[in-house]
Design a binder for this molecule. Structure first.
Ligand code: NI
Length: 391
């Protein structure tokens, strides 16, 4: 592909090299120092000089609009990688053992730079803040960016994710929930240990844990409205040390996913209620710790309408496709959308003839052409949302 979507051949080379370099040198959440430096350098090289370091290992670039009084729009690209050993066989595969851009954030960082480039040449009405956000994978970066105050007063925010469920050229930009909330639970059941031959002297946390795991399955099947998506998964169970010992305690950990605040509260509340009830029937005490993670990603109606218009402008009506089933993964872009209207898009990243490969796996890679589509669509989102007629 040469010079598509408003990019020159030089842009194409610059952004492709940037993406491949970031891919080759992935960095884990909060350790994106080389990435930060590389992105800062490429922005300045491209003539975008108003660049500041924020949120420890992040950046914000301000691209001047045509009218100083027009509303400010934000675009966000996340930049961190995952603790996975790469097995794509790409010739720009990770040079760092055990770390890989397995979620496409190398492309997200590059398309944010591409959008900045396009907006510096064909500005939006108002200023555009291009945020290069660290630590998305641990659900912390967005909160840190918000805490920096850099987004105060912004009218709308847009971000996007590569997605191999969709072909290159397809884009999802729809209102409502598009990704789930992510909460983590940690349960400790405590009873009384005994010799394995004398269960009558014990209060057995293993039998309690076994029953609890079964009972937790009834939260989604019996308590949640079947029309709403939800997940309660036990991912860890630890108990015991020998075949003839009943241990003192058992530990369970897992994840809770929901797409609305009401269903999220229901799943958490039922998990607590059922855990204490089951523990009670076995004479155990239960300690339940819930760590609040990211909320559901809910696109606002106006944000989604602006984004859909941007997709039509750049790629035509036929590029817009429905999400289909809700993604039960999480995304810390949710924190921005709690405060600012906007839209989180999904950008098709499956090349012609390619198969689906899931993100967060060693063989995941997004088709490179998605980079230019993402950049162009995000830049256009800023122009549409910032235009004086968009109220
Ligand atoms: Ni991701």
């Amino acid at each position: 592909m040469t010079a598509p979507l408003g990019f020159t051949a030089d842009d194409h080379r610059l952004l492709t090299e940037l993406r491949r370099d970031l891919h080759r040198h992935p960095e884990l959440s909060w350790n994106e120092t080389r990435t930060q430096e590389r992105l800062e350098r490429v922005l300045r090289y491209s003539g975008i000089i108003d660049v500041r370091r924020i949120a420890r290992t992040g950046l914000v670039a301000r691209i001047r609009g045509r009218d100083a009084g027009a509303p400010v729009i934000a675009l966000r690209g996340d930049i961190d990688a995952l603790p996975i050993t790469e097995a794509t066989g790409l010739d720009f595969s990770s040079a760092t053992d055990g770390v890989m851009h397995a979620c496409g954030h190398d492309v997200h960082a590059s398309w944010a730079v591409g959008a900045a480039l396009l907006l510096s040449r064909a500005p939006a009405a108002g200023d555009v803040l291009v945020v290069l956000q660290p630590a998305e994978e641990v659900g912390e970066g967005a909160r840190e960016v918000l805490a920096s105050g850099v987004l105060d007063g912004v009218r709308a925010i847009f971000g996007a994710h590569v997605d191999r469920r969709f072909a290159v050229g397809e884009v999802v930009a729809q209102a409502g929930p598009v990704a789930a909330s992510v909460d983590t639970f940690h349960i400790v059941l405590t009873g009384e240990g005994a010799h394995g031959a004398r269960p009558q002297e014990a209060r057995d946390p293993i039998v309690g844990a076994a029953e609890l795991i079964g009972s937790l399955q009834t939260i989604v099947s019996r308590r949640l409205d079947p029309a709403l998506p939800g997940v309660v998964t036990v991912g860890v169970i630890h108990a015991g040390s020998a075949s003839n010992i009943i241990p003192e305690s058992a530990e369970l950990m897992g994840t809770i996913r929901a797409t609305t605040a009401v269903s999220r509260a229901l799943l958490v509340g039922e998990l607590q209620r059922i855990t204490h009830a089951v523990a009670g029937t076995h004479g155990l005490t239960a300690e339940v710790l819930i760590s609040d993670g990211t909320p559901a990603v809910v696109n606002s109606p106006d944000g989604a309408a602006w984004a859909a218009q941007a997709v039509r402008d750049v790629l035509g009506e036929r590029a817009l496709v429905p999400l289909g089933t809700t993604n039960m993964g999480g995304e810390d872009f949710a924190f921005y959308l709690e405060k600012i209207p906007g839209c989180f898009l999904r950008v098709g990243a499956r090349e012609a003839g390619g198969e689906h490969r899931a993100a967060h796996t060693p063989r995941f890679y997004p088709a490179e052409d998605a980079l230019f589509i993402g950049a162009s669509v995000l830049a256009q989102c800023a122009r549409v949302a910032g235009s004086p007629s968009s109220v």
